[in-house]
Design a protein around this ligand. Structure first.
Ligand SMILES: Cc1ncc(COP(=O)(O)O)c(C=O)c1O
Length: 512
């Protein structure tokens, strides 16, 4: 695999890799190893009298009912740091080897296994990019873990709002031009975090954004929670690290075969202070990291390295066929490549099926309910206009058939429904009076929501989905924000962030 100086994976090399990357050809290669799995198996073969944590002593102390269902073997992997099983926070043995193998697969210089999800990867990235009082830019559709990183670091955020795709009611990408404008106006800004792909598979032009960031000596951090599979298919958007991102965090558990909470943070940069990154990772993760999760990362990497292209090709094929069939159903649409080039969208992960029955007058929320309760199809999420179905390599064709058949039946039942109007655009970003950290630690009080207009919010308030915060802690609840949220609240919309999820009350900063 050839990677040029800017971390760009050349197309010809990608093609070559695609052809070569079969399980057969890779058998016996370095990537065929599973160092952490092997170390734990070897440790278990010693059958030691066990006086360490965890207290369940392999399977013996586990609840019987649970053991009867899941068997005993899995519990033998639930170990702790020993000289034989290495230590995540000071990896030198099996975990270090497993991380190195993962780094090769994802074109990184260094990979860190994470046991607290991409949540902690994002926190560590923000903490590393900017110190207290320094400036860092964050896409406004960032996951709430970016806000947590801001609260922990005390950094001063600047936000970039991704463009809105009105017809689909989805937020698109961040463009290099917007990033250029931001850095030209704020040369002190230390870095930028963007989400690419988003939940809906929408990707920004990471190569273009990386070029702008690096010209301004700033770090590009990509929340690639939804993108680990992109490194294994030429039909999917190119991975962020191959396009020049300095750091990318990936929820390996979301799209490939590792266990929930297991993620990776990849580094490929001369701009990042590695010692600081390591210290920050130490801060945001348990001192007793789960070996079940760590082993699952080693094994998922093994699968991806050995047969990733075949696995992901299967997911792409299933999704593309389903998309085609869904788009033949009257009144139902599934977003596809036609989105590319609109609303800052540079590429689309086609394994994400964004499905709308808006033309039949069915809101996404209702469609999700119908699909589950009446047809047994459980989709990932819904918003006003759409539902999102995630297709992975582990889905089966008959599951996609069920989804398509369900949509066809819904279309028949709801023929003649009145099309939904477009959703209201989000109000303008309100002024920030304090940093998120200052607001988080300031004296605050709970007030009746009706009295909150004009006050400084102590909480993030985000209609979810899409989860884009209308106010961050430290920002003013302006009249347009108040009006938007009041209407949303009355429609019983789901809110993320406020302690009172009904928003009958809200926490604001005390007046001086
Ligand atoms: C864009 C994005 N970033 C980060 C996360 C957090 O990832 P994890 O669940 O691995 O902590 C999520 C979770 O849904 C997400 O959607």
């Amino acid at each position: 695999m050839e990677i040029d100086g800017c971390g760009q994976q050349k197309q010809s090399a990608r093609e070559e890799e695609g052809e070569m990357n079969t399980t057969e050809k890779k058998k016996g290669s370095a990537q065929d190893k599973t160092p952490l799995f092997d170390a734990i198996m070897a440790y278990n073969r010693r059958r030691p009298a066990y006086f360490r944590i965890p207290g369940h002593r392999f399977q013996r102390g586990i609840n019987r009912r649970w053991r009867e269902v899941v068997g005993d073997e899995i519990f033998k992997f639930d170990l702790t740091e020993t000289p034989y099983t290495d230590d995540l926070h000071n990896a030198e043995g099996a975990i270090a080897q497993a991380q190195d193998l993962a780094a090769q697969v994802f074109h990184a210089e260094q990979t860190y296994f994470l046991v607290n999800g991409t949540t902690c990867g994002n926190q560590a990235m923000v903490l590393t990019a900017a110190l207290e009082g320094q400036t860092v830019a964050i896409a406004r559709n960032a996951h709430k873990s970016a806000l947590m990183g801001l609260i922990m670091s005390g950094a001063k955020p600047l936000y970039i709002m991704p463009q809105l795709h009105r017809q689909w009611g989805l937020h698109g990408g961040v463009t290099p031009e917007e990033v250029e404008r931001l850095f030209s106006a704020h040369p002190e800004c230390r870095g930028l975090m963007v989400v690419s792909p988003t939940y809906y598979g929408i990707c920004s032009d990471i190569r273009g954004i990386a070029e702008v960031c690096h010209r301004h000596s700033a770090i590009l951090m990509v929340d690639e929670a939804h993108g680990a599979h992109c490194y294994f298919s030429q039909e999917l958007p190119e991975g962020a690290l191959s396009q020049g991102a300095d750091m990318a965090s990936q929820s390996i558990h979301k799209v490939t075969g590792s266990l929930t909470q297991s993620s990776m943070l990849h580094l490929r940069s001369s701009l990042v202070d590695r010692a600081r990154l390591r210290a920050n990772l130490h801060m945001v993760q348990s001192t007793s990291p789960s070996y079940l999760l760590l082993t699952s990362l080693d094994m998922a990497r093994h699968d991806l390295a050995m047969r990733g292209p075949e696995m992901i090709a299967e997911a792409v094929k299933l999704a593309q066929e389903a998309r085609k069939r869904i788009n033949e159903i009257k009144g139902i649409r599934c977003a596809g490549r036609e989105l590319i080039g609109t609303a800052g969208i540079a590429a689309l992960d086609e394994t994400r099926l964004t499905i709308s029955a808006a033309a039949l007058g069915i809101e996404g929320f209702r469609l999700e309910q119908l699909l589950f309760e009446e047809y047994g199809c459980d989709v990932e999420l819904s918003d006003y206009k759409n539902v999102l179905a995630i297709v992975t390599f582990a889905n089966e064709a008959q599951e996609l058939d069920r989804l398509v058949d369900a949509l066809a039946d819904i279309s028949r039942r709801h023929a003649g429904g009145k099309p939904l109007a477009d959703g209201a655009p989000l109000p303008a970003q309100p002024p920030a009076v304090m940093t998120p950290r200052q607001a988080y630690f300031a004296e605050s009080e709970v007030v009746d929501w009706q009295r909150a207009q004009g006050r400084i919010s102590a909480e993030m308030i985000a209609p979810y989905p899409p989860g884009i915060p209308l106010v961050y802690p430290g920002e003013q609840i302006t009249e347009p924000v108040f009006r938007f949220l009041e209407e949303y609240r009355q429609r019983d919309g789901h809110l993320q962030g406020p302690a009172d999820p009904t928003l009958a009350t809200c926490r604001v900063i005390c007046k001086q």
